[in-house]
Design a protein around this ligand. Structure first.
Ligand SMILES: [Mn+2]
Length: 338
């Protein structure tokens, strides 16, 4: 019996712990938004596919955090539009755990939809850019540099009425958002950050305080009155271009790999992460296939860490180490290859 039965026992044990881990509390739904409007560079609409091809689904499932569901919800039909419908369709998942949204330039729609599901959410915005120009201050005219201004209640008297945006209701206050990683901020954006008292940690602040302090202060700021769901908007250009070259607006001097992973580890550890936008992976902008792959792999690492991968090891498969012998197996021919 010995070897076979211990093997069977081990398998059974693994199956049991796998079943336990399939509690829906950690379901993850993925929505690709192959969308490139709102800016001039094409190719970012291939970002979701590149990230999936880099093994995202398997990686998330492998964390033992339940099923990663690749939603059939591709949102290209609703460019810039209200994502409430898509997010509501994930509402069931959300009631019992995480959902996860993979977007580009659609923070407008995803945050807007998410706030209707979770009115008291807060936003952590990790990006080289503040994306907070108003349509009247933007230098590039790119909508992808403006989404936050549309969302903030305090800025509404500075916003012109634009055709096609009537669905959008401002849903965040300036105290609901914290920026991390800024290093390319336009003058009007700087004015807004300062004068509207928006909390931000530029790369200089990260140099000065260290990433651990930055995360501590971020949570203090957002959770001081109460714990609330977190919407993470993570632009891959927050990383240094040496790590994430395949992106539209790279800026030197970005996050190191370790700083990026620390941010998402800490967010995961709060247990409050409710949705993630991972944006701006652009496979057409890598100088080589290797650059594209490196950027997509980095995105997968960010997302895996959001959902429980840790650098100290994810122990999901084992809740207990197998012991060598029960008494009836003491004479078994357990073999060790030497
Ligand atoms: Mn950016």
């Amino acid at each position: 019996m010995s070897l076979r039965s211990s093997f069977a026992r081990l398998l059974r044990k693994q199956a049991e712990s796998a079943l336990q881990l399939q509690k829906p509390a950690h379901s993850v739904a993925l929505i690709g938004a192959p969308f490139s409007r709102g800016q001039k560079r094409r190719g970012v609409d291939h970002g979701p596919a590149a990230i999936r091809n880099a093994g995202l689904t398997a990686r998330l499932s492998g964390l033992g955090k339940g099923r990663a569901t690749c939603s059939s919800g591709r949102v290209e039909k609703w460019p810039l539009a209200d994502m409430t419908g898509a997010i509501r369709s994930l509402g069931l998942l959300h009631d019992i755990g995480f959902f996860y949204v993979l977007f580009f330039s659609l923070a407008l729609g995803s945050i807007s939809g998410h706030t209707r599901q979770c009115p008291h959410l807060c936003v952590i915005w990790v990006d080289a850019h503040a994306d907070i120009n108003t349509p009247l201050t933007t230098q590039s005219g790119n909508l992808h540099g403006q989404p936050v201004s549309f969302l903030l209640r305090e800025l509404q008297d500075k916003m012109p009425l634009l055709p096609g945006f009537s669905w959008l209701k401002p849903c965040l206050s300036t105290s609901d958002i914290v920026y991390i990683g800024l290093r390319d901020v336009d003058p009007a954006e700087h004015y807004i950050l300062k004068n509207y008292d928006i909390q931000y940690y530029s790369m200089r602040d990260i140099d000065r305080l260290g990433i651990q302090k930055v995360m501590e202060r971020t949570f203090e700021q957002l959770m001081s009155r109460r714990q609330r769901p977190i919407h993470l908007s993570f632009d891959i250009d927050a990383f240094d271009p040496s790590l994430a070259p395949a992106t539209g607006t790279p800026v030197l001097g970005g996050l190191t790999y370790r700083e990026g992973m620390y941010i998402t580890e800490e967010i995961h550890n709060t247990g409050l992460l409710s949705a993630v936008d991972l944006v701006e992976v652009n496979p057409l902008l890598g100088a080589s296939q290797e650059e594209v792959n490196a950027t997509a792999r980095l995105a997968v690492d960010v997302l895996a860490t959001c959902f429980g991968h840790t650098r100290e090891g994810a122990h999901a498969v084992f809740d207990e180490l197998p012991t060598p012998n029960s008494p009836d197996e003491s004479d078994s021919e357990e073999q060790v290859r030497i």
